[in-house]
Design a protein around this ligand. Structure first.
Ligand code: FES
Ligand SMILES: [Fe+2]
Length: 451
């Protein structure tokens, strides 16, 4: 069974390896944009980025420019950023606050809900001109979970609830069970880009095998900095991230996670940290709920440093206190945006610690982010080698187990990478499966059907 590109994804994505052309072939990238990013659910942004009426931010769904905006009634809209007259983008500022969007070519003006409100020299148009039909196009499907806004450019498909499945609980823990308006996302954005395929960052974000090697300097810096006297066991954990107790889990639908919540000791916690307290009754209730489930110490760590470590297919990564969004640009170019989050019901001291722990490892001048980007570019370069063109992803395959309906591996196993690729192959072959059944039913030759 071949894809529209004449490629057989079944032979390129195997159980224990993937072919390097999946990172380098521009035709595959185009098909990914169409099938994964334009038709499936993708993460767009969070309500906390646009807290006030009139606030907007520019986003992209796959390659298509979108405005995420909150109107005067506090409703959030996703509007395709393309004037209905002759097609110029109507907004170029990355973020801001406005009453309307005015296209700078001929001055057509749109309200925050996308309606076309003004057309200069209207008398030039005949009676058939219907202003009410010429608003900015709205993204066909928009849905949210705890203020995380997802969208699909396809009018039909599975519900967001079904797509997220077990990942919903991880979003809940990342948000400290906060309601959609209690998450603050206005502390700035870390941005970087790298010369490599977008899937390299997805795989790496859930790779529990690499930290003790790639981030060895960070581990050493921690050892130098901590002021307490660690036990021998703690020293071992500090030096070797792989010694963290935890596991790798495939949550289904391409969502995967590393569960560090099982760890016995928190190496980032060498210095005294502020007590975790709530400043609102609602916050108090959330805190109690978490303490009952995870105990006081783990809850405090989760709120100071992040409640989960999860990849939500295809473009959202929740690590530490950040939402990390992958923006594929071309087959070998990717932009990454890191949005640190604060919780409105925590004390300012705890929120400050959230930001400091984020900056230490993930900022542009930090210990972790730059190390990983360097690896992505080395892999992309290595993909030019055509003999033995495979990347191995077999680690832990023999010891994977099924628990509670999930595939579970050890923390450093490639269970997570395999989970991402399983979903990738499923989505990329969907149209082809449809085509095959059409061919079978019809009995004659039918061109490969898209969709
Ligand atoms: S292209 Fe926007 S007003 Fe003409
Ligand atoms: Fe890393």
């Amino acid at each position: 069974m071949l894809s529209r590109n004449g490629l057989d994804y079944e032979s390129l994505v195997k159980k224990d390896r993937v072919h390097i052309s999946l990172y380098t072939n521009p035709a595959i990238f185009t098909e990914e944009m169409d099938k994964i990013f334009h038709r499936g659910w993708v993460y767009v942004g969070h309500r906390g980025e646009i807290p006030n009426p009139g606030d907007f931010r520019l986003k992209r769904i796959g390659r298509q420019p979108v405005i995420m905006v909150r109107d005067q009634q506090r409703e959030v809209h996703l509007l395709l950023n393309r004037c209905r007259h002759r097609g110029a983008t109507v907004c170029q500022r990355e973020q801001g606050n406005t009453r309307s969007f005015r296209c700078m070519y001929h001055g057509w003006t749109y309200l925050l809900n996308g309606d076309l409100s003004g057309v200069p020299s209207m008398d030039g148009y005949g009676e058939g001109f219907k202003r009410e039909e010429l608003g900015l196009v709205k993204v066909p499907r928009v849905a949210e979970h705890r203020g995380f806004i997802f969208a699909s450019l396809s009018p039909a498909g599975i519900a967001l609830d079904e797509h997220l499945g077990r990942a919903k609980e991880e979003i809940d823990l990342f948000a400290g069970l906060s309601n959609p308006e209690e998450v603050e996302v206005v502390s700035g954005i870390h941005k970087y880009s790298y010369q490599g395929n977008w899937k390299l960052a997805a795989e790496n974000s859930m790779d529990g095998y690499h930290p003790s090697i790639v981030h060895a300097s960070f581990a050493q810096a921690l050892m130098d900095k901590i002021t307490h006297v660690p036990t021998p066991e703690q020293q071992q954990v500090d030096r070797n991230f792989a010694a963290f107790r935890g596991n790798a889990r495939d949550l289904g639908n391409g969502h995967v996670m590393l569960d560090y919540r099982m760890r016995i000791y928190d190496p980032l916690n060498g210095d005294p940290a502020p007590e975790v307290k709530a400043v609102t009754p609602e916050g108090e209730a959330r805190l109690n709920n978490l303490v009952q489930r995870f105990g006081a110490d783990k809850t405090a760590n989760m709120l100071r440093e992040g409640g989960t470590h999860t990849f939500i297919f295809p473009n959202l990564i929740l690590i530490g206190i950040q939402m990390r969004v992958l923006q594929p640009v071309s087959v070998d170019r990717t932009e990454v945006s890191l949005y640190p989050t604060l919780l409105k019901w925590l004390t300012p001291e705890v929120n400050a610690i959230r930001l400091r722990s984020h900056e230490a490892f993930f900022g542009s001048a930090s210990f972790g982010g730059p190390d990983d980007s360097e690896i992505f570019e080395r892999i992309q370069d290595g993909c030019a080698v055509e003999l033995e063109p495979w990347q191995l992803m077999s680690r832990g395959l023999q010891r994977e187990r099924h628990e509670d309906g999930m595939i579970v591996g050890d923390l450093s196993d490639e269970t997570t990478q395999r989970g991402i690729w399983r979903q990738w192959k499923k989505v990329m072959m969907q149209g082809e499966v449809a085509a095959r059944s059409v061919r079978k039913r019809g009995g004659g030759a039918v061109a490969i059907k898209r969709g």
